[in-house]
Structures are given as C-alpha cells and as structure tokens.
Unconditional design. Structure first.
Length: 325
C-alpha cells in the first residue's frame, strides 16, 4: 500500500487550489487576437503593449508539422534529463538552451517558419524594413507538473561586461539613453502549435513594460494581477509577436500535456549581438531566397564541422547527434 506523507498531501492540495484559481481567473482581460491581414492593427497593438497575438499564420498542416517537431525535440531533451530538473526551472526548458548550437534551425520544422506570408508583412512594418535578420530559432516548453512561476524578466539589456554576459550591444557612457528609449531592436515570434489555455502554462506579459526603466519586480514583489496577466486564450496556428524588452515569464502547466512555444528571434537591421552558426550551408541553399537572406549571418561556412545534439548546459553535450550534417 502506497504511503502518503503530510507534505505530499499538502502539495497536492496546493496544486488543486492553484488549478481552481487559474481556471477561474487566469488570462489578460480583453486580450485582442488579430487577423494576419490586419497589419496596421497588429502593429498598433504591438507598439502599445509590447506584444500582439496574430491568428492563423500557420495552415493546419503546418501547425501539425510544428507540433510533431516540437514533440520529437521534447522527447530527446527530456530523455537527457531524467529528473526533469529543466534548464529554465523545474520541468521548464529552452529549446535553444538545450541545443549544442543554441538554436533549432537545423530542424525542418523551425526552417518552415522562416518565410511565412502571413507573418513577414507584420514584422517588416514593425521594423520599418524587410532587411531584418534571424538571430536563432529557439523557444521554450514546460512539462505537465511545472507548478512554479518563472520570474518576470526581459530578454535584452543594456551593456554588461563580457565576463558577465556576451549578449549586450548598447552602451551610452553618458548614461542618458537606454536601449528602452530606442525603436524596437529585437522581436521574438513565438508560434503556437497548440491552443494556449488558462491551465497549460500560457506566457504572462505585462502590457506597456517594454519602455519601463523601473526595476522588474521579483516573484515576492509581483502583484497578483501580473501573475494572471497571461496570453490566453490564444489559438493553435497563431503567433505571439513580442518586443523582447517587455516583461514576461512562464507560468504553471497544470494540464496533462507539454506546452511548447517554438520561436524565431529577429534583429532589426541596425541591431547586433553576437551570432553563432545555426544552419548548414547545405540546408541554407535549399531555403527560399527570402529565408536565405534572413539567415545570412547564422549560416555555417561550407565544409565547417556542424554538430547537433542535446545539451542542458550550453556547450555541454549530453546526447550528441549520431551524425554530422
């Protein structure tokens, strides 16, 4: 007979209470889901809130292909992490952070996202140009039972010393201008291979925070309305377009299935951070001309050794791919 401890019973009670609370209250009030043909409205909401949800940018077959590709990648990553400790918190993972290349562009499902007619006009309007570029293909997923909130954070920041982080590209020595004073430098496209619901770990976004200079609150400081400020309901086949300066974070997945949001990370024509090879010359040559242009700075030189595989710490392969591509 299975013995149940008081701690186990309390934890299950707490999760049940959280599930009931989220089922009743989770989600941004008045969340607008925009048709992909309404480019002007999508850009207006993006500039106001720091994010926008656009429906039906993937066909049903593309949505299925992406879901299957994410499922295959998830199986490989979780198989390397038996305890599901995650690399973004317990049962929470970055796709790119789980790849030796720091990207998933070696996979056809992510390559498919590079040239979508329903997305390109919106991104070009945000940047004011179609000469933007791809940084990587990544995203994240959380497994069922991920009961914790990820702290609110921003994906880009002003200058930090190289021994702290290689990923900073803006510094005003006079201390007058911040990255948050500039036009949008960096956009993330999080595609939705499944519906985003109140219970399956929808991303929380804090509207209008992309230009805020106040400190981001810690989990202990965060008010309840921010915890419930999640992007749901949102339909499979859509995309969440984010200004990565905006505050956001992961939420509990209390459903019975993984929740994934694969992405493309895009730099404005005038913005740079360090870039790493993410796609072979052979695969690059098979892309559309526009996709080739987008990935021009992350294609590996012809003949360069290009190894793919799973890692839970950058640069530390756990399950190397059996073949080089």
């Amino acid at each position: 007979m299975e013995m149940r401890t008081a701690d186990t019973s309390t934890a299950e009670t707490n999760v049940a209470a959280l599930r009931a609370h989220l089922a009743a209250n989770n989600g941004l009030a008045g969340l607008e889901v925009v048709e992909h043909t309404d480019v002007e409205r999508a850009v207006r909401i993006f500039r106001r809130d720091g994010f926008v949800v656009v429906a039906d940018v993937l066909t049903p077959s593309q949505t299925q292909q992406l879901a299957e590709g994410c499922g295959d990648a998830i199986d490989s990553i979780v198989a390397a992490d038996i305890e599901q400790s995650g690399n973004r918190g317990t049962k929470r993972y970055s796709f790119g952070g789980s790849s030796i290349t720091r990207s998933m562009l070696h996979r056809p499902e992510w390559q498919m996202l590079l040239d979508l007619p329903a997305v390109t006009p919106i991104v070009a309007a945000i940047f004011g140009s179609n000469d933007y570029l791809v940084r990587a293909g990544s995203g994240d997923f959380c497994m069922p039972g991920a009961t914790q909130y990820q702290p609110l954070h921003s994906d880009v920041h002003d200058f930090r010393a190289a021994d702290t982080s290689p990923y900073s590209a803006f510094f005003d020595p006079a201390g007058i201008v911040s990255l948050r004073d500039l036009p949008t430098p960096y956009v993330c496209l999080n595609f939705l291979p499944q519906d985003m619901t109140r219970l399956n770990g929808p991303t929380r976004q804090i509207p209008g925070s992309q230009r805020s200079r106040v400190p981001i609150p810690t989990l202990d400081e965060e008010p309840e309305w921010m915890r419930l400020s999640t992007v749901c309901p949102a339909p499979a086949g859509g995309v969440l377009i984010r200004d990565v300066r905006a505050w956001h974070g992961g939420t509990p997945n209390l459903s019975d299935a993984p929740r994934s949001i694969p992405n493309l990370e895009l730099y404005a024509p005038w913005f740079r951070e360090p870039l790493s090879p993410a796609i072979t010359a052979e695969h690059h040559a098979k892309l559309s001309p526009f996709a080739q242009h987008l990935t021009r700075f992350v294609v590996a030189p012809p003949g360069q050794r290009f190894e793919t595989g799973v890692t839970l710490r950058p640069g530390t392969p756990i399950v190397p791919s059996p073949a080089l591509h």
